[in-house]
Design a protein around this ligand. Sequence first.
Ligand SMILES: [Zn+2]
Length: 385
Amino acid sequence: MASVFDDLVGQEHIIDILKGAVAASRTGSESQEMTHAWVFTGPPGSGRSSAAVAFAQALICPNQGCGACNECQSAATGGHSDVEIIRTEGLSIKAEEIRELLTRVAWAPSMGGWRVVVIEDADRLTESAADALLKAIEDPGTRTVWLLCAPTLHDVLPTIRSRCRHLQLRTPSIDAVTQVLTKRDNISPTMADFAARVSQGHIGRAKYLAMNELVRSNRKVIMQLPLQLGSLAAAFQAAQTLIDLATEEANTSAKSRDEKEIENLQKAYGKGATGRGMATGAAKAVKELEKEQKSRATRMVRDSIDGALLDLATFYRDIMMAQSSNIESIINIDMREEIERYASTIPMHTAVQSMSAILEARNHLAMNSAPLVTCESLMCELARK
Ligand SMILES: [Zn+2]
């Protein structure tokens, strides 16, 4: 029988635990298998929030997560009254948002089973938001199950993580990702293998790359940048190119989503409604939404730049592989010749230094440094090697 857990690639070790918890949850009380607070951690793309959402579906589904019934489907799209999925578009989750959430989930679950709250970016909780959440998690009286997601356990405040059961997702293997892309998404085996390889187990990224030609051609330009760092002027140009492409990519995917959201909102208010109160309410809501969209756009551009830097890091990783006569395990198979040639021209330690320079730039970006300046300083450093 199909199950909501089928889409979790390479995570067999936690699927067993989750299925056990779902079975135990049917008794309606807490047990060794079933507890009311969980943290899902795993590298980007491992599917930590998909795992949490699948668990939420299984907990409220009469068939323990069939994926086909009304409960399963409405839970996944955020339309189920007993399931709340908190997705952050901004840079942080504020105490006010958590307090609003707590008011919403204060009631007993409507179906009599469990109420489930998924917080996709628990690492973005501000300290006061985390405090507000902690009180709720500590309250054993409610029938609410908390599913928090974060990159690592360190990203969750110790007070919260000490009350949660921890599940660590793995980066799925290249083979596992290739299989999903060919079987589930009907992508050709060659393309699936390429996308899985260069995305290093990040399923969402692999699919996006495989299905989107603009993204593939942008990536190609970015991967050529290390070969063009002959002068300082070229380094500055490379930084600008990287920022431009990453911004373009983020904006393209944001634009259609933004327009659709505004259209839906206006529909909800009854577009063209003549009542004065109605028009003011709609205008205010649209303004609020546009503000949110703007903050999401900033985040998407940052994510996109970070993705480009990760791609660049694979170039230097491949150089190291080539230098240690391990050419078969390079990621960028489409650049094999360039990689071998470049590897023979630079000393061994240079690739390592370049990789740590990229990592440092990513850390700076994560701490909100200005993207262009950060990339310029990185490219200058890479050019000096
Ligand atoms: Zn179901």
